[in-house]
Design a protein around this ligand. Structure first.
Ligand code: SF4
Length: 69
């Protein structure tokens, strides 16, 4: 399955991905993205794979990637 890996050490916490992928991500109190399901590497549901790819491509800090595990 496809999961969204978030590298918080690279993220600048401005929240673009939470706008592009609001079904999966929400901002924490500092603006960093966290998954709505509470996992550190959330599963990407198949209907959201295109949106997840867009979020990965548009992250200015290259802090997101899709992984298969
Ligand atoms: S788009 Fe990238 S840099 Fe911006 S909040 Fe999301 S992970 Fe962080």
């Amino acid at each position: 399955m496809t999961r969204l890996h978030i590298d918080w050490t690279a993220c600048d916490g401005r929240g673009l991905c939470t706008e592009l992928l609001e079904e999966m991500l929400v901002e924490d109190e500092w603006g960093y993205p966290v998954s709505r399901d509470g996992t550190t590497e959330p599963v990407v549901p198949p209907p959201l794979e295109d949106a997840a790819k867009r979020a990965v491509d548009r992250c200015p800090m290259l802090a997101l990637k899709l992984v298969r595990r």
